[in-house]
Design a protein around this ligand. Structure first.
Ligand SMILES: CC(C)(COP(=O)(O)OP(=O)(O)OC[C@H]1O[C@@H](n2cnc3c(N)ncnc32)[C@H](O)[C@@H]1OP(=O)(O)O)[C@@H](O)C(=O)NCCC(=O)NCCS
Length: 171
């Protein structure tokens, strides 16, 4: 298991090619995909394709990616958080999604804050973008709480979003 970093209550590890069932479990909740412009996963083969086509390649190509998030106390998998290089936009974005039973405990904020810190201090990134659907108040709240700065409203992937960013103070 390749743990990338820990926070006070969580650890984040890379997904492996054996994790299709985790991707399926997370994305089988309607509430999880409500604002992300993706379908609910109804078959594990679909999740496997997402894992192999969208999650795993980022590690090898860019040395970053979405990471599986676990609660240290009970080793529970609760979702993912991490960075993604979006070639079509030439930017690195911060993303996250969690199973509903874990919401409202500050886990998303804790993991996102440490992901920003990791991106700046370890990966030496110069800028990280964060976006959320204009109606996704919880996600917008996370972006604000971790100190990202509002840039603009725009339409990305056919969704109306608020776009935020953070600049690496040391690069
Ligand atoms: C967005 C998401 C990650 C937030 O997870 P979470 O565990 O609730 O996040 P946190 O507990 O760290 O913080 C959420 C904050 O949003 C606030 N919030 C939640 N729902 C809200 C709402 N409807 N209106 C306003 N604020 C809201 C909470 O009060 C909390 O702020 P606080 O700590 O100041 O009280 C979670 O809802 C999720 O996984 N959603 C599905 C996937 C998704 O939309 N991902 C983001 C795509 S951009």
């Amino acid at each position: 298991m390749q743990i990338i970093f820990e926070t006070p209550r969580l650890y984040l590890r890379r997904f492996t090619d054996a994790d299709a069932s985790l991707v399926f479990y997370l994305n089988s909740y309607q509430e999880v995909v409500e604002y992300v412009h993706e379908p609910v996963h109804t078959c594990v083969e679909f999740s496997r394709n997402i894992l192999f086509e969208h999650i795993l390649p980022q590690y090898a190509l860019y040395n970053l990616g979405r990471l599986a998030v676990y609660v240290k106390e009970n080793e529970e998998f609760i979702g993912w958080c991490g960075l993604k290089f979006r070639a079509e936009l030439n930017e690195i974005d911060l993303g996250y999604r969690y199973i509903p039973s874990s919401w409202g405990k500050g886990f998303a904020t804790e993991a996102a804050k440490h992901t920003l810190d990791y991106g700046f201090s370890k990966l030496q990134l110069s800028e990280i973008i964060g976006r959320a659907h204009v109606d996704n108040k919880a996600s917008l709240s996370v972006l604000k709480k971790i100190g990202m700065t509002y840039l603009r409203n725009e339409v990305v992937d056919h969704c109306p979003v608020e776009t935020y960013h953070s600049i690496n103070p040391n690069v």
